[in-house]
Design a protein around this ligand. Structure first.
Ligand code: ATP
Length: 646
């Protein structure tokens, strides 16, 4: 039984509903150690026959048997494996991968073996040495002469130690001296016990081999043995072949990415704009929220909230708003609540009279933890019969030296209505100014006891109209505790409401979040544009690399390998675009914050690590999705068509 048998091979092409018969029943036997030249007229079907032998074309009738085993029913994956392990290609136009160095071109075949990287480099160097190119291994194909390129392609064909070398017009593009050199190498391969099948028009080439087969009208019309086949030394391959790994495909994608760095940099800039805008918007949102919180929390203590009774009427009576001990007890039970203290606020009904100055007090409240001691610029917090006023008010007492208002005696007036008579009464008390605050919108403050004594003196019932609730832990606990308090019901109505400045923080944050979401969505439109751009670029890349895809498929790379090649390249694009976008965003953050520190003394842009990671993940995912269709197209490229492409 011959090593390779062709049995009654018929092949025809369908063009415009017409059938063109190219091979009309080829029967040939080949042995290892033979150097067979296939001669025949141009267009006679020699390349077609080679594609069938190589397992690139399976649309034929008849059978190809290797060691007696038919290829006819092999799956595409089995044919990939057959090419990987058994076939080595040498093409007329060399078909080297232009973006890979000479050594890397040889190593492409070795990616599909179980050799370690180090062993692959060693084998590639040995082969390049064998074909006399060891000095050129770091050059790129366009830096070599035609003869040198063909020697590289011979080294690549031998890399995976295949038993059959198919050479399609191997000397067609070479001068006499290089032809001689290449023929010597091919003959050496046959001498080493491999089967060399060379398609040629040249009688010189044909005469060099051990046998000449002539093709005419789709049939073998002559088959001459010039000399006996070289003896075959049965040797085990020094390594096993395997499907190229993810790592290999990532490595190859990386090599192409680097080779096209300038172009890729431009694409990356385009793709980075979208990610950059999204990250900047998120950072601006964080900064704005932070600024609002900072402004509010610098005046009030976020960890103490004001809780009032939830009353329905617009104009509730003091009795309706008054909180009871039972309310205090209910709040104390809420998890996260540390302390509940009674508080009272009076809006628009108080005055302070000092000498002949009468100062209206917009808001007076009890001094408790909702206010920050750090806002007291001069003096201290009020004790019994003392009052804390703002700097603006102190200026009305002593215009030039407001701090000298400290210790001044004044009369504090407060109107209150007796629930029974409904007649407002003006209560008054002599107080001393104990402190002056710095803020513009801070309330004036007295102690709860001071207010209580004023009401008692006038026989008007008094009780807290809010409760100051201290919350354990950090600021992050405030919202959950607020939510738990809001969930306490009186029948089917909430029992309490959160009042004071703290209550608006979450509302403001909700608005800012909404604004950020809208702006981020607008920024995300540029992400869509980036995605479309990447799809277009990859489609162009598939078209540009059709030949390369054909070469890789001929060498034994599977469709899946080709798909991964494009997907990896796109992922690299996504990753580096995001890195670029993140760097740009942090630069803009630095610029914006330098400006905002000068104005509002706050970092208005705060890009978190989470924002940067989000940008990175989104960019990689978008590029991954954008690569799916072009990668699929690349995988579907027919190697026979792409190899014959101009
Ligand atoms: N994909 C195809 N569709 C239609 N016809 C094709 C296709 N590929 C090849 N042919 C035809 O099949 C015939 C054989 O082509 P093939 O390339 O095998 O010839 P060849 O002997 O290698 O020629 P040459 O020596 O000029 O390279 C030619 O007539 C060619 O036009």
């Amino acid at each position: 039984m011959a090593y390779l048998q062709l049995q009654d091979i018929h092949k025809s092409y369908q063009v415009d509903h017409q059938e063109f018969h190219v091979l009309n029943g080829i029967n040939l036997d080949f042995e290892r150690g033979e150097f067979v030249s296939i001669l025949g007229e141009s267009g006679g079907g020699k390349t077609t026959l080679m594609n069938i032998i190589a397992g690139l074309d399976s649309q034929y009738t008849g059978d190809v048997l290797l060691n007696g085993k038919s290829l006819k029913h092999d799956t595409p994956k089995e044919l990939d494996q057959y090419r990987r392990s058994t076939i080595g290609f040498v093409f007329q136009s060399f078909n080297l991968v232009s973006h890979l160095t000479i050594r890397a071109n040889v190593m492409v075949s070795l990616e599909m073996t179980n050799l370690s990287h180090h062993e692959q480099v060693k084998r590639a160097d040995e082969l390049l040495d064998q074909v006399g190119l060891s000095e050129h291994k770091n050059k790129y194909p366009n830096q070599l002469s035609g003869g040198q390129k063909q020697r590289v392609s011979i080294a690549r064909a031998l890399a995976s130690d295949p038993d059959i070398i198919i050479a399609d017009e191997p000397t067609g593009a070479l001068d006499a001296q290089n032809t001689d050199e290449i023929l010597r190498l091919l003959n050496q391969i046959a001498e080493d016990g491999k089967l060399v099948i060379a398609v040629t028009h040249s009688q010189i080439v044909a005469d060099y081999g051990t046998r000449i087969v002539h093709l005419a009208n789709g049939l073998i019309d002559d088959d001459r043995v010039l000399k006996p086949a070289y003896p075959v030394d049965e040797q085990q391959k020094p390594f096993r072949d395997k499907v190229a790994s993810m790592k290999s495909m990532a490595g190859m994608a990386w090599q192409h990415f680097r080779y096209n760095l300038k172009r890729n940099l431009l694409i990356m800039f385009g793709a980075a704009i979208g990610i950059f805008s999204v990250i900047v918007m998120l950072g601006l949102g964080n900064g704005t929220k932070g600024y609002i919180n900072h402004e509010i929390y610098s005046q009030i203590n976020p960890n103490t909230i004001q809780v009032a009774k939830n009353v329905e009427s617009d104009n509730p009576t003091p009795k309706e708003t008054m909180l009871k001990q039972s309310d205090v007890n209910r709040l104390k039970k809420v998890s996260g609540v540390k302390k509940v203290s009674p508080g009272y606020f009076a809006a628009g009904s108080a005055r302070l009279k000092s000498g002949d100055q009468t100062i209206p007090l917009t808001l007076v409240q009890t001094f408790d933890n909702t206010l920050r001691k750090s806002n007291i610029k001069y003096g201290r917090a009020p004790r019994a019969n003392e009052i804390l006023i703002s700097k603006k008010e102190a200026k009305q007492i002593n215009h030039d030296h407001p701090n000298q208002a400290l210790g001044t005696k004044a009369t504090f007036y407060l109107s209150a209505s007796d629930d029974q008579t409904q007649t407002p009464q003006i209560m008054q008390k002599e107080v001393t100014i104990s402190g002056i605050t710095d803020g513009n919108s801070l309330p004036d403050a007295v102690t709860y006891g001071t207010l209580q004594s004023m009401y008692r003196a006038n026989n008007i019932p008094f009780g807290p109209n809010y409760l100051a609730v201290d919350i354990t832990g950090g600021v992050q606990n405030v919202q959950p505790v607020q939510d738990r308090i809001k969930a306490i019901m009186n029948g089917n109505k909430p029992a309490f409401q959160i009042t004071g400045a703290g209550s608006i923080v979450s509302t403001l944050n909700t608005y800012v979040n909404l604004a950020v979401a809208v702006l981020t969505s607008i920024a995300a439109i540029s992400l869509l544009v980036s995605a479309i751009m990447i799809i277009v670029v990859l489609y162009i890349s598939v078209a540009e690399r059709t030949k390369e895809i054909g070469i890789l498929r001929a060498l034994g790379f599977s469709k899946g390998n080709i798909r991964k090649l494009f997907i990896f390249e796109s992922v690299f694009l996504g990753f580096f675009s995001a890195v670029l976008a993140i760097i740009l965003a942090y630069l803009v953050e630095w610029g914006a914050n330098s400006l905002s520190q000068g104005g509002i003394q706050y970092n208005i842009m705060q890009i978190s690590v989470g924002n940067a990671i989000f940008g990175l993940v989104v960019s990689v995912v978008i590029c991954l999705l954008a690569a799916l269709l072009p990668a699929r197209k690349a995988a579907k490229v027919d190697p026979v068509v792409s190899l014959s492409a101009e």
